[in-house]
Design a protein around this ligand. Structure first.
Ligand code: TA6
Length: 298
């Protein structure tokens, strides 16, 4: 496994060719390629990668609030989706299965990259807006089968705090009109397009316009949410302790309205399927730990 750690990003390549690249800004995965070098994530051509704003694409990290929560005093002053995706994370190191002592063959090598953010490293402005003592470790694990990303949040303080977590994954697809999302059948969802309404999903999810829905999958986290294209499975996502799945596509008008969304018809090549715990607030008492993860395979 080859790891390179420049000042702003960390990348890893498996012996079989799969690769991942993580920006220390936001611990944002900005590239994930299969062994043939096919990019699996969508990244806007106009995405800022210099830390000036959250990355438009890849896997932005949402914490401690999803969206904005004007009625939640402790997080109501935070920017949309919280500070995690806008913060400088530290690279804490890597562990790979293909160590000198391991017996794994190159074909099942894997590498885990760990990133950290805590009250000790959080910027002053964010600390003022959200003055809780916490530490977060975000792990990105690349294998020959797919990519897992998970976050562990610890309350290191004396006060309880409530938070939400979401992995805002932009999956790359070839043609949105040929995409179906299954595994969400019979699930309740909050439809945020055209006013907020609670609905029930019947059959597969198809994207025919702006789509912004928070699903509570009826079959539970271990049953996969599958993104298929033209009848072929493109991605399969399973979750650990992340109860909801957000499905988002900005479509024409919203894509036109985002300065960092390029090309403007790029919405045809992406679908956000976002594992998170966002409908309720997770309360962490002092010393409590929250651990949530997703595994995306193809
Ligand atoms: O995940 C869906 C969503 O909450 C949408 O409502 C839209 O706001 C999207 O996130 C992108 O948000 P951003 O702050 O990255 O522009």
């Amino acid at each position: 496994v080859n790891i390179s750690h420049a000042n702003s990003r960390v990348s890893a390549v498996l012996p079989t060719g799969e690769s991942v690249e993580v920006l220390l800004f936001g611990a944002t995965v900005i590239s994930w390629k299969d062994r043939a070098g096919n990019e699996k994530l969508w990244l806007s051509d106009a995405a800022k990668l210099d830390g000036s704003k959250a990355v438009r694409g890849g896997i932005p990290l949402v914490f401690p609030v999803f969206g904005t929560a004007p009625d939640h005093a402790a997080t109501s002053k935070l920017p949309q989706h919280g500070f995690a995706r806008n913060s400088k994370w530290e690279f804490l190191g890597k562990s790979s299965s293909e160590s000198a002592l391991s017996t794994t063959s190159p074909s099942d090598a894997s590498v885990k990259l760990d990133f950290g953010l805590s009250s000790a490293t959080l910027d002053e402005k964010s600390k003022t807006l959200w003055p809780y003592t916490f530490s977060a470790i975000y792990s990105v694990t690349l294998t020959t089968e797919g990519l897992s990303t998970g976050i562990v949040i610890t309350n290191d303080g004396k006060e309880p705090f409530e938070s939400q977590v979401l992995l805002h994954t932009y999956l790359r697809i070839n043609d949105i009109t040929k995409v179906e999302v299954t595994g969400l059948e019979d699930s309740e969802y909050i439809d945020k397009v055209g006013g907020v309404q609670t609905k029930l999903q019947s059959g597969a999810v198809t994207i025919t316009g702006e789509t912004d829905r928070v699903y509570t999958p009826a079959k539970g986290p271990a049953s996969p949410v599958v993104v298929s294209e033209g009848g072929e499975t493109a991605f399969s996502i399973v979750r650990d302790n992340l109860k909801e799945v957000v499905v988002w596509n900005p479509w024409t008008e919203k894509a036109a309205g985002m300065g960092d969304f390029e090309p403007k018809d790029g919405f045809k090549n992406m679908i956000c399927v976002e594992a998170g715990s966002v409908r309720a607030w997770t309360n962490l008492e002092p010393g409590d730990v929250f651990d949530g993860a997703q595994t995306i395979s193809y």
